[in-house]
Design a protein around this ligand. Structure first.
Ligand SMILES: Nc1ncnc2c1ncn2[C@@H]1O[C@H](COP(=O)(O)OP(=O)(O)OP(=O)(O)O)[C@@H](O)[C@H]1O
Length: 210
């Protein structure tokens, strides 16, 4: 387990389901935990448990507040999950944002090398990489306290990867906590404060004996 913190943003204790875990770790405000590991090891299962999408037992606390005492929508508004392929349910990207989010969205678009015109395009006409960056904007526009990212740069070219990493660094510096699933060692080094590996649906600290 990562070194326990005094006042962690996110505290996870014995979180488990019949499919994965138990998982225990602390994550502080402004810090990034990177998780790597082979395909099928259980990385997405962990993220889904963290945002309470899949049934699980154990303890999860946000700034000391137990998840058990919060409604599921309140938890998921603070602990936002961005899957590897985000779902879109309206014709254009722009329609997925609330009017009060638009100022932030317009601020974020150029930081990810995206044209504002893409907000009005049919979502199916955006490239995979454009959709992936738009999904990150959607996640950040919710102003989460913890962001759970599943391979957020998998579909991106090097320039877009660099822009995404720059933005995530800025968000970390502003206090956002991130759990980042990535297969990129350089990304883990660039963004991560702690690095763990998922093996057979259990987390092990990098460098720990097997
Ligand atoms: N609801 C489910 N019921 C049974 N098995 C499941 C369920 N969801 C996922 N699995 C299995 O659990 C294992 C871990 O899945 P998971 O999606 O967490 O892998 P991953 O580490 O994220 O892999 P990748 O890097 O390929 O995304 C896989 O073998 C998957 O088939």
């Amino acid at each position: 387990m990562l070194q326990p913190s005094v006042n962690p943003r996110l505290r996870i204790r014995n979180l488990q389901s019949p499919l994965a875990g138990p998982f225990s770790f602390d994550l502080e405000a402004g810090q990034c935990l990177t998780i790597s590991g082979p395909s099928g090891a259980g990385k997405s299962l962990l993220l889904r448990m963290l945002c309470d999408l899949d049934p699980n037992t154990g303890e999860a606390l946000l700034d000391g507040q137990p998840r058990a005492g919060m409604s599921a929508p309140a938890w998921r508004a603070a602990v936002v999950y961005q899957p590897a392929e985000a779902a879109w349910w309206l014709p254009t990207a722009g329609q997925h944002f609330k009017p009060e989010q638009m100022e932030r969205v317009r601020e974020l678009l150029p930081q990810l090398n995206l044209s504002p015109a893409l907000l009005e395009s049919d979502i199916g006409r955006l490239s995979t990489g454009e959709r992936q960056r738009m999904a990150l904007i959607r996640s950040l526009a919710c102003k989460p306290q913890v962001l759970l990212l599943d391979e957020p740069t998998a579909a991106l070219d090097p320039a877009a990867v660099a822009a995404t990493e720059r933005l995530l660094k800025k968000e970390l510096a502003a206090g956002l906590s991130i759990v980042l699933v990535t297969h990129s060692e350089s990304q883990a080094q660039t963004l991560g404060h702690h690095a763990m590996t998922m093996r057979d649906r259990r987390l092990v600290e990098n460098g720990a004996a097997q």
